[in-house]
Design a protein around this ligand. Structure first.
Ligand code: HEC
Length: 99
């Protein structure tokens, strides 16, 4: 019984890992250092993006990009993003499980 549970859990983890890898938009590579690959930042002063509402994440990224929200660290990374890239990033992080 224990063995079966372990196998099930492992399979589940593998499926999750591959799904996340294939879904991550290309631009997420520039965010990984601070926010983690799946949006679960490990450093407290970098906010967790995983599981936040897509509409909220989209607005924050546009606000950083367009100068309505200012942060010396974050703004440069939002500057180069198009509306489509922002939508893809927001959807990706919103779909990740918060840990
Ligand atoms: C060098 C570190 C760094 C990188 C790289 C970085 N960020 Fe951030 N990010 C931050 C910090 C710091 C904040 C918090 C800013 C503040 O306090 O207002 C933040 C805030 C955010 C927020 C707002 C979160 C909230 O809860 O309001 C979003 C969304 C976000 N980042 C997305 C991204 C995306 C998408 C990328 C990649 C394109 C990225 N960040 C790259 C450091 C970084």
């Amino acid at each position: 019984m224990k063995k079966l549970l372990l196998v099930t859990l492992t399979a589940g983890l593998l499926v999750t890992a591959s799904a996340q890898a294939s879904e991550a938009p290309a631009k997420a590579n520039t965010c990984v250092g601070c926010h983690g690959m799946d949006g679960n930042s490990v450093v407290p002063n970098f906010p967790k993006l995983a599981g936040q509402h897509a509409a909220y994440l989209e607005k924050q990224l546009k606000d950083f990009r367009d100068g309505f929200r200012k942060d010396a660290t974050m703004t440069p990374f939002a500057k180069g993003l198009t509306d489509e890239e922002i939508k893809a990033l927001a959807g990706y992080y919103a779909a990740q499980a918060a840990k």
